[in-house]
Design a protein around this ligand. Sequence first.
Ligand code: NAD
Ligand code: MG
Length: 475
Amino acid sequence: MFEYAPAPESRDIVDIKPSYGLFINGEWVEPQSEERHKTVNPATEEVLSEIVWAGEADVDRAVEAARKAFATWSAVPGSERAKYIFRIARIIQERSRELAVLESLDNGKPIRESRDVDLPLVAAHFFYYAGWADKLSYAGFGPDPRPLGVAGQVIPWNFPLLMLAWKIAPALACGNTVVLKPAETTPLTALAFAEICRQADLPPGVVNIVTGAGETGSALVRHPGVDKVAFTGSTEVGRLIARSVAGSRKKLTLELGGKAANIVFEDAAVDQAVEGIVNGIFFNQGHVCCAGSRLLVQESVAEEVLDALKRRLATLRMGDPLDKNTDIGAINSAAQLAKIRELSEAGESEGAERWSPPCPIPDRGFWFPPTVFTGVAQSHRIAREEIFGPVLSVLTFRTPAEAIEKANNTPYGLSAGVWTEKGSLMLWAASRLRAGVVWSNTFNRFDPASPFGGFKESGYGREGGRHGLEAYLAV
Ligand code: NAD
Ligand code: MG
């Protein structure tokens, strides 16, 4: 094997301020909260900037601004709202290299992914929903569907700018205004987005960005001036939010965790399936709610598939997220690394067999090598709990019926994958899997026109597509 020469993307293109305020009513404002925290580059532990953890008074000010803006924004004709959203989409495309570098710095994901997956999808989402803004009367929600009002939106750290796009694009297209809280470890692209709103001349107050952690999020979703709550994150926090919103007029959508089965039948094309398994669980370090974290492989081909998978994993490169050759970047935070370690240790102590390719670990930062557990039983924690890291649990099955039973044996239901050459088996399986998305002979594919969301404890409501409009309309 020959070594690749380093091919780092330059970070000169990004301009990170030493500290940020809050973005309220179209301006950067000084917070009332005196709490400030650092956001770091998880690949090096270098401090990137300092952000505010907003308090109740700050959240109140942001919601007030959004309420005031709603009166005018909701009266702007759809064709005019579309122009703003199209403008935002184009600015994102123009600044995509800068945003990709910023995302990789703050999150730890490989530049190859932020450049080729996150950013194109972010722009596509704004383009897609800009197109809906003047066609809402034809969306199947009545002749004149009305917006809800102020949306309070809370997002996680795994796809910071993409989750922002999933939340903000449909909200604005439908005529709502928003207060968005990014995750505490990845606030920088949301703050860059605030600048983009200014660049696009978006009226003040239509988009407000308040940074902070769980308490800020909680203040936002509890605020009486919020009409709609949209949350993406853990099932645990989703439950708290559902409780706090219950009994109020607020409309709620929840996009929560997952423990997806990726099912490989014996007639599947093995090399293609192996690529799909790798993409399913090692894409974005496995920090993917719909990750294919449980591989269900038919017993007759299990050895062949696992041998091929291990050979493939030995070629993955872990390291500097800004290097264009990097396949696996850093784990987003020390806390997430501790969670992955804890569950992996439980896998070993419960009797599963652990394997990782030889993989040098950088001295600084948060890293976890690609890991495969074989001999996993359904009762093991690593088969039941979401690890949210580059860890694959392998189970086997003998018959298609057993595969479906095992796949559905989870409290979650966000996604699933089916690998087979037979169309009939594909459809048979897809109609029996209790999951919001079923991919066949591919995995982790996203398109703004396609609705995404969960069954069971993976949440409710859909984002993307025409379905995604419903969450932001009074229907
Ligand atoms: P988390 O639930 O702890 O945090 C998510 C967001 O909620 C963060 O912005 C956080 O600050 C905020 N938050 C925390 N406590 C809160 C509270 N009490 N009230 C309001 N907001 C609060 O999750 P995490 O560990 O940051 O993210 C990983 C989880 O998110 C995983 O379980 C993953 O499956 C899930 N996730 C789901 C999707 C999806 O689309 N279904 C997408 C990405 C991540
Ligand atoms: Mg960070």
